[in-house]
Design a protein around this ligand. Structure first.
Ligand SMILES: Nc1ncnc2c1ncn2[C@@H]1O[C@H](COP(=O)(O)OP(=O)(O)OP(=O)(O)O)[C@@H](O)[C@H]1O
Ligand SMILES: [Mg+2]
Length: 312
């Protein structure tokens, strides 16, 4: 597959932080690329640099091999950006907001009206287009935000956490819209800290933490990195104090993480039987509610690489 956009050695330093710390980045034509990372990982800063809104401290950005930092105008018409923060006029209707953003992109007259109608169809808001945005739900606002980035028919779309804080139905609709847009040829960079979304949408994934890409590949390639492990999840009612140390001491146990009334045990595949765990629980006055072996997920990979969860 062909690369459309490439970042080389991108660094962004702020007085007290290095927000992006030496990132090599490749976006291929026609793919949905996921950028997965916890709060503060540097996702928005990386997107900001790639879209020429934030000047990098170091590094190069190439669009079809041409230096974007020296020729920032070459990317503008080809790229749409859905920012993390919603920026709409609450006193205008959804339709009026789109008309406004269309004019910013240089659309006018009939062509503008027609495109706004098309975009309203794409984001499924034709019925509610004439209501003030101030009365929209969070999900509807997000959809207008996405629509605004589509007006000028970009070939590349950056989406920065477009489903945060919305209801499940709107989320579903947005995820399906993204798949449809991609099927019609749009190349998409999708940023999220929801593993499930990236899992559902993305062909390739970059996992980012503390300004660095710590792993990349297809979902299958990433999962294969931890395929010698499995996770056993326990729910308990009461937890005896010897239970955790006893688990940690079992042969084949790589890590034990407790979160509230849940314990996750990362074990070498096939090495630890559920019977053994139940037996240990009985011996340490722990009453278990459930014991389950889970297939490895991207979340487990993140935990494996950093020792932390994506949402902690
Ligand atoms: N303008 C700025 N000035 C100083 N520090 C900044 C600035 N923008 C971002 N940072 C810092 O850079 C780091 C990365 O921030 P960034 O917003 O890129 O992370 P993120 O992955 O998008 O996080 P989130 O999931 O919360 O949106 C954070 O530590 C943040 O505080
Ligand atoms: Mg962000």
């Amino acid at each position: 597959m062909m690369e459309v956009l490439e970042g080389r050695g991108l660094v962004k330093r702020y007085p007290n932080t290095v927000a992006v710390d030496g990132v090599h980045f490749r976006l291929r034509k026609g793919e949905i690329l996921g950028l997965l990372g916890p709060n503060g990982a540097g996702k928005s800063t990386l997107i900001g640099m790639l879209s020429t809104l934030i000047p990098p401290s170091e590094g190069e950005i190439l669009l079809d091999g041409i230096d974007v930092l020296k020729n920032p105008n070459i990317i503008r018409n080809r790229l749409g950006v859905v920012p993390q923060e919603i920026a709409l006029y609450p006193d205008l209707t959804g339709e009026e907001n789109l008309l406004f953003f269309g004019r910013v992109y240089g659309l006018k007259g009939k062509a503008l009206r027609r495109r706004v109608e098309e975009v309203l169809e794409i984001i499924n808001l034709t019925d509610r287009a004439r209501e003030r945005v101030g009365r929209y739900s969070g999900g509807m606002k997000r959809r207008i935000n996405i629509g605004a980035a589509l007006l000028h028919r970009p070939e590349i779309l950056f989406m920065d956490e477009p489903t945060v804080g919305i209801d499940p139905q709107s989320r579903r609709l947005i995820l399906d819209t993204i798949k449809d847009l991609n099927r019609e040829g749009l190349t998409i960079l999708y940023t999220s800290h929801y593993m499930e979304e990236v899992d559902f949408l993305c062909d390739r994934i970059y996992i980012m933490d503390h300004g660095k890409i710590i792993a990349d590949g297809t979902k299958e390639e990433l999962i294969a990195r931890i395929s010698n492990e499995e996770t056993i999840e326990l729910d308990f009612e009461r937890n005896g104090k010897e239970f955790l140390p006893a688990l940690e001491g079992l042969p084949g146990v790589h890590a034990v993480h407790q979160r509230g009334a849940k314990i996750e045990i990362v074990v070498e595949k096939g090495m630890v039987s559920l019977g053994k765990i139940v037996h240990l629980a009985e011996n340490s006055k722990t009453s278990l509610l459930s014991v389950e072996v889970k297939k490895p997920t991207l979340e487990d990979l993140f935990l494996h690489l950093t020792g932390r969860g994506l949402r902690e």
